[in-house]
Write a protein that binds this ligand. Structure first.
Ligand SMILES: NC(=O)c1ccc[n+]([C@@H]2O[C@H](COP(=O)([O-])OP(=O)(O)OC[C@H]3O[C@@H](n4cnc5c(N)ncnc54)[C@H](OP(=O)(O)O)[C@@H]3O)[C@@H](O)[C@H]2O)c1
Length: 279
């Protein structure tokens, strides 16, 4: 199963498995077991964040899996994120994340939210550029940035973000942001790729899923893949983890992709672009 997830090449030449496993709202006490399941099922890319309070659990699962010969560190791609209140303090925040993960390096480090009211994301990015230069992180990127915020970042700093991790699902397809990313070599990484479990319930999507004898969730994830997004679905259930990885034996047609494009409600997403208390 693992080998069927394609590698996506980021703008600095680093490759990332296009489908990963997200651990937002995974209970810190259960994270070790749930990430172990995900590794056994075949995920090789894990997405966590300092604010999820479960980096230790991710780290334990990685260490144990390496000890058991299940997977080597270098075969994994690990993302974590700088929390908003640490934007002026990114180096120690990064070092703490590394310590909690128990790793020598992180594959991708993201500014979690721009929080423009703080006025500190440029400072944070310049510090991430310095951390990147040390080699302790293999790629740097941002999350939840809008087009004007990306424009400011590109104008005032040196490194183009490798990714912008954004809310993106069938109800909220973000065509303008995706086009901006494509024009600037920034990968689109979809968070909430299933619509946070409230998967679009339209008859059109159900019919497409039926035509391929796949679930609606699998159809949605396949759509994410085929439009070129990196996707990081989350599930506490080993069965649904496997279901979400079983999307490499069918292909949506151009007509089906066009139908799914019409289902975009273009709303503001779950939170209108503002950080939730914890995400
Ligand atoms: N950068 C950011 O600001 C940000 C914000 C939010 C999320 N994220 C990242 O994106 C990842 C994914 O987003 P998300 O967790 O919000 O939402 P999601 O992956 O779209 O949806 C997760 C929900 O869908 C359910 N689910 C999973 N597989 C399913 C299936 N095959 N059929 C039916 N239901 C299914 C899960 O329930 P069960 O667990 O019970 O299966 C869970 O309730 C997060 O874990 C996190 O890593 C980033």
């Amino acid at each position: 199963m693992t080998n069927t997830v394609p590698n996506y090449t980021l703008n600095n030449g680093v490759t990332i498995p296009q489908e990963g496993f997200g651990v937002f709202r995974v209970d810190p006490d259960k994270t070790g077991r749930i990430v172990r399941d995900a590794l056994e099922v075949g995920y090789r890319h894990i997405d966590t964040a300092a604010i999820y309070k479960n980096e230790e659990g991710v780290g334990h699962a990685i260490a144990q899996a390496a000890k058991d010969g299940l997977v080597e560190r270098e075969d994994l791609f690990i993302t974590t994120k700088l929390w908003n209140s640490d934007q002026t303090n990114a180096t120690p925040a990064f070092e703490k994340s590394l310590g909690r993960l128990g790793l020598d390096y992180v594959d991708l480090y993201l500014i979690h939210w721009p929080t423009p009211e703080r006025g500190t994301f440029i400072e944070a990015w310049k510090t991430l550029e310095q951390i990147y230069a040390t080699g302790l992180v293999k790629s740097i990127g941002v999350s939840n940035f809008t087009v004007p915020q990306l424009e400011q970042l590109l104008a005032e700093t040196s490194i183009v973000p490798a990714v912008n991790q954004i809310e993106l699902h069938v109800d909220f397809q973000q065509p303008e942001l995706r086009a901006f990313h494509a024009a600037h070599g920034i990968a689109t990484e979809a968070w909430g790729p299933l619509g946070h479990g409230t998967i679009n319930g339209s008859p059109e999507l159900a019919a497409i899923a039926d035509a391929h004898q796949k679930s609606v969730a699998q159809t949605v994830l396949r759509w994410q893949l085929q439009i070129g997004n990196i996707l990081i679905p989350k599930s506490n259930s080993r069965e649904r983890q496997a279901e979400n990885l079983d999307i490499y034996d069918f292909e949506l047609t151009a007509d089906e992709l066009a139908t799914i494009a019409t289902l975009d409600r273009g709303d503001e997403g779950r939170n209108g672009g503002h950080p939730l208390e914890v995400n």
